[in-house]
Design a protein around this ligand. Sequence first.
Ligand code: IMP
Ligand code: MG
Length: 180
Amino acid sequence: MRNDMEEVLFTGEQISQRVKEVAQSIAEDYKGSTPLLVGVLKGAVIFLADLVRHIDIPIELDFIATSSYGASTQSSGVVRILKDLDVPLQGRDVVIVEDVVDSGLTLTYLRDTLLRRGAKSIRIATAFDKPEGRKVPIKPDYCGFTVPNKFLVGYGLDFAERYRHLPYVGVLKRSVYEVE
Ligand code: IMP
Ligand code: MG
């Protein structure tokens, strides 16, 4: 699989070290509360699973799924909820957990929607942040790594549903896109 990669940006070891630090900040900030961590399916599953195992305060988990880019590498700008939360948000401290913030459209929509449902507070935790890709201004509260404006795969990030399971994150070779 490494043959498909142009460049590895962060190894599994680097990611796991950084994820622990992010988990510790979340645990410190939410002492005395039981935050609801909302994983955005499917990309955030890997990050969420690693993250929560280093959070040493009580938390709850839920999941939401939004429409994705499909097999394209460009955002359509259309956000739709495909799978909704199971629990009510009234009075909850919510942390939305994402794989990557790019245009910011998904998170802006989710944050506004969850706030409208009565969440007491909402913060955003993302494994990767691509600030150069922003179309709407939104800043994650917790971020693993700031990354360049390139299409990445691995550690939850997919290209046409593949590569999510890679323990590292990197840039795909152009030749991989062209044959797909
Ligand atoms: P946004 O709405 O443009 O911020 O995009 C968020 C979603 O787009 C993420 O949850 C990913 O599913 C997808 N995405 C954005 N950039 C990448 C990338 O580099 N690789 C794979 N998926 C990406
Ligand atoms: Mg995706």
